[in-house]
Design a protein around this ligand. Structure first.
Ligand code: GLA
Length: 560
């Protein structure tokens, strides 16, 4: 079991490093993530490399039995780099070129940035690939930077040519006949920069897909330079609505799936959600909790301390679900800089603190933990990053549609009821599960539709699903033969309604024509709200947690 966190010794005088390793040993830390943001320390000026400090840190850690997850520092180019290559600085959707002074200010499509990234990876591989402290490689940090510059425009067009083949197909798939958006030349196509009014939703979705592939290419270029060292290569996934990463695709390319978990609200439920996603993305490969906060909760307005023992509780949620380690951001809280108020395993007040005592106790607990069998979930929930992105488009019939909540609701209810949950891609093998839940899966490919239709076990699909193809073109007619129904109309709700079983429906409703299915629960006007067709169920509205839990219990007990 790996235990440790991001370690940024370049922020501290060397005598502190000796305190660090002594404290790490006390806390049973055995892995640190080193060098995530150390580009300017490694290469302070264009022609100058400074390896001495890193050599000494690696040796010191090794002498103390601590392994290293060595990062390529490409997530934060130094000021000199942006000055030398201004075309590598991020451009926002409204055309502003950002400047250095923060982090993540790069354009993943800029040739100079890509060259520099490859150079950094190969220099590190050559110098440290054989170091005995090296356990794994950590490429970059939390991929997710959007850029809209001309380099991106060129790369986007190349990606679109490969995806759509010719312009006529692209025009058709993007429905560019609407609002006179027809393209007559590839050069006319732009990344979704600021527009006068609603942008084209298919273009917006394709741009996220492109960004995911483009960043993945940046990752695999570095991975392929690092792999010959024989150590696993990973990158830490961030989880947020802005992150254009298709996790299923990326998980195939990393040697080890790594996730960062910064829960808010019900921390145990949130952590279980992220851990179940990570385990599912890994698909049997190892996975690791790469970052979490040491003893605090970051809420939008304030950092809240967590009650004693809470840190161990959420960490064990990950471990129970198969994480091969528990890592934090960061080892020692920074004295200054933009994240000086972010917590550390060693807080500003030092080791004589509740946080450090809890960290050390957790180190003991993890070291003594016997291996646990991997959970074998009987229920799966469909997770599709593309559906999340599609429901973030503007111009939808309701602004209250929330993909994440639609997915989280059944997950948290199953978690509360003590079930383990797997997430699946809609085109994956669904046969291992007794029940497959498909929440608000707006776009669906023909292959995914056929996959669902071929399923013999129970399926519960919820509202605003399977409405469009993968290009966001509506599947006309609204027929869902596998569910024995046709959706005639979508009717978002302004106010909650009471259903025939006395429970409350909110957010959304649909007019459903029964074509073989039976109505199990109805709206006040007697029309179907929840339908059943053999083993397939369709829920056209949002239920309260209590009512949804009751439905899930019945489906799992097969008692309907
Ligand atoms: C992210 C980043 C870290 C740090 C933490 C702060 O997970 O990867 O570099 O910014 O958040 O909690």
């Amino acid at each position: 079991m790996y235990y440790g966190g991001d370690y940024n010794p370049e922020q501290w005088p060397e005598h502190v490093w000796h305190d660090d390793v002594a404290l790490m040993r006390r806390a049973r830390v055995n892995l640190v993530t080193l060098g995530v943001f150390s580009w300017s320390s490694l290469r302070p000026a264009p022609g100058r490399w400074e390896f001495g400090w890193l050599d000494r840190v690696l040796d010191l850690l090794h002498d103390n039995g601590i392994q290293v997850n060595l990062a390529t520092p490409t997530a934060s180019p130094p000021p000199w780099f942006g000055r030398l290559h201004p075309d590598t600085l991020t451009v926002t959707a409204d055309g502003a070129r950002l400047t250095h002074g923060s982090r993540d200010t790069y354009c993943v499509s800029a040739p100079a940035y890509r060259d520099a990234s490859r150079e950094l990876a190969s220099v590190l591989a050559e110098r440290y690939g054989g170091h005995p402290a090296l356990a794994m490689w950590h490429v970059h940090n939390e991929y997710g930077t959007w850029c809209h510059c001309d380099h991106v425009a060129g790369a986007f067009r190349r990606w679109l040519r490969a995806r759509h083949g010719d312009l006529a197909t692209l025009n058709e798939r993007w429905t560019t006949a609407f609002w006179s958006q027809g393209y007559s030349d590839w050069e006319e196509i732009q990344p979704p920069r600021a527009t006068q009014w609603l942008p084209n939703p298919s273009q917006a979705l394709d741009f996220r897909r492109f960004l995911s592939d483009e960043m993945l290419a940046h990752f695999t270029e570095q991975r392929d330079l690092l792999r010959p060292t024989g150590r696993p290569v990973t990158t830490n996934f961030a989880f947020g609505s802005w992150v254009p990463v298709d996790h299923w695709k990326w998980a195939r390319e990393v040697d080890l799936v790594a996730v960062d978990d910064y829960p808010t609200g019900d921390l145990a439920e949130e952590s279980a959600f992220v851990a179940d996603l990570a385990r599912s993305w890994a698909g049997g490969k190892p996975w690791i909790l790469m970052e979490q906060a040491a003893g605090v909760e970051y809420t939008p307005r304030r950092t809240l301390p967590r009650p004693p023992g809470d840190l161990a509780r959420t960490t064990l949620i990950h471990v129970e679900r198969g994480s091969i380690g528990a890592m934090f951001f960061q080892w020692r809280a920074s004295r200054g800089g933009a994240e000086q108020w972010y917590h550390g395993m060693v807080p500003h007040a030092g080791p004589d603190t509740r946080t450090f005592r809890e960290i050390a106790a957790l180190g003991e607990t993890l070291a003594a933990l016997p291996p646990r069998p991997a959970p074998r979930p009987e229920v799966s929930v469909v997770w599709d990053d593309e559906a999340w992105w599609a429901l973030q488009n503007r111009g939808l019939p309701s602004r209250d549609l929330d993909y994440l909540e639609a997915v989280k609701q059944p997950h948290r209810l199953l978690h509360r009821a003590g079930h383990h949950v797997a997430f699946v891609h809609p085109e994956h093998d669904l046969s291992p599960y007794r029940l497959v839940i498909v929440p608000s899966l707006l776009p669906i490919s023909d292959a995914a539709l056929a996959n669902l239709a071929a399923r013999r076990g129970a399926v519960l699909m919820s509202f605003f699903s399977a409405v469009t193809d993968e290009h966001l073109r509506v599947r006309l007619g609204g027929r869902l033969p596998a569910f024995g129904i046709t959706i005639k109309e979508h009717r978002p709700l302004a106010e909650p309604l009471t259903l025939s079983d006395g429970t409350e429906a909110s957010l959304w409703s649909e007019e459903i024509a029964l074509e073989g299915a039976e109505a199990v629960v109805t709206y006040p006007d007697g029309s179907p709200a929840l339908t059943r067709f053999g083993n397939t169920w369709y829920l056209s509205t949002r239920l309260t947690d209590k009512a949804y839990e009751c439905l899930l219990t019945c489906l799992l007990r097969r008692s309907y």
